[in-house]
Ligand binder design. Structure first.
Ligand code: KIV
Length: 289
């Protein structure tokens, strides 16, 4: 049965029928790997808008308001220009549109790297302004002190290692990471450092499969893979990629729909009907004299 929504204009919240499941929490996600093994893989997708969140919520354990919204929503060349204001606005929309999944909001480039105190200010704003349950930040051992600082002060942190898109200017592109032994060793050490610092989960993006498996086995918290391995504790994709919104997607993305084609075909039919004056109007009671 599909879900319908009634909008409460006083709070801007849409109330779904049937009534939603209870919202999951960060500890319930962390507990899914309590004994070092995740029996039921964790499902995460990105979401940027309230309506998208409504449609994805019941199917996901986590909704990530990723800074990939820079490219996907704003047409920016990378996630580097994304601001805290953008993340706060989209994070609030996704929290309003969801009832079940844990909502995590990405900390944008420049909002957290300078010091743990800078990170706390930005992360606290995201939690206050959006109602999200936690934040995600990129980087490994260099961010461990910050992860510990935030976690000790009530802010759950999801780490992100391997291909870290905010570092595209250092990495030189979006290619797979961990091909050399030295790089694989560093990424594994990064994941261990984040887990030791208290990260409740870690995204391992664009790493070669043996490394994705090694990270999953090495750290006690859940590892969410993207382009890594089906053996990770969970998986994440950019929703628009798996829906077929773009012609070009990373090689590892499986497309579950062809939404771009559906939109183009609908727009073409609409345009054709408007131009043919065949576009249906509201039933008229007004009669011109
Ligand atoms: O910004 C994002 O969407 C992400 C996911 C790809 C993990 O970080």
């Amino acid at each position: 049965m599909s879900t319908t929504f009634q909008l409460d204009t006083a709070t801007s919240r849409a109330h779904p029928t049937p009534a939603p499941m209870k919202r999951l929490s960060v500890p319930t996600i962390r507990q899914r790997k309590a004994d070092g093994h995740t029996a039921e893989p964790i499902v995460m997708l990105t979401a940027y808008t309230a309506r998208q969140a409504q449609l994805l919520d019941a199917h996901c354990d986590l909704l990530l308001v990723g800074d990939s919204l820079g490219q996907v929503i704003y047409g920016l060349p990378s996630s580097v220009p994304v601001t805290l204001d953008m993340m706060a606005a989209h994070g609030a929309a996704v929290v309003r549109g969801s009832y079940h999944a844990v909502v995590i909001v990405d900390m944008p480039f420049g909002s957290y790297e300078a010091s743990p105190a800078q990170a706390f200010g930005a992360a606290a704003r995201l939690l206050k302004d959006t109602g999200c349950a936690g934040v995600k930040l990129e980087g490994g051992a260099a961010m461990a002190e910050t992860v510990a600082f935030l976690t000790a002060r009530g802010i759950p942190v999801m780490g992100h290692v391997g291909l870290t898109p905010q570092a595209v200017n250092v990495l030189g592109g979006y290619g797979a990471r961990g091909r050399s032994q030295a790089e694989a060793d560093k990424i594994l050490a990064d994941a261990r450092a984040l887990a030791d610092a208290g990260a409740f989960a870690i995204v391992a993006e664009g790493v070669v499969e043996p490394l994705a498996i090694a990270i999953t086995q090495a750290v006690p918290c859940p590892v969410i893979g993207i382009g890594g391995s089906a053996q990770c504790d969970g998986q994440v994709l950019v929703t628009e990629d798996m829906l077929g919104m773009f012609e070009r997607v990373p090689r590892f993305v499986k497309r579950y729909a062809e939404v771009a084609t559906t939109i183009e075909e609908a727009a073409a039919r609409y345009a054709q009907e408007v131009r043919a004056r065949a576009f249906p109007g509201v039933e008229q009671t007004y009669q011109p004299k």
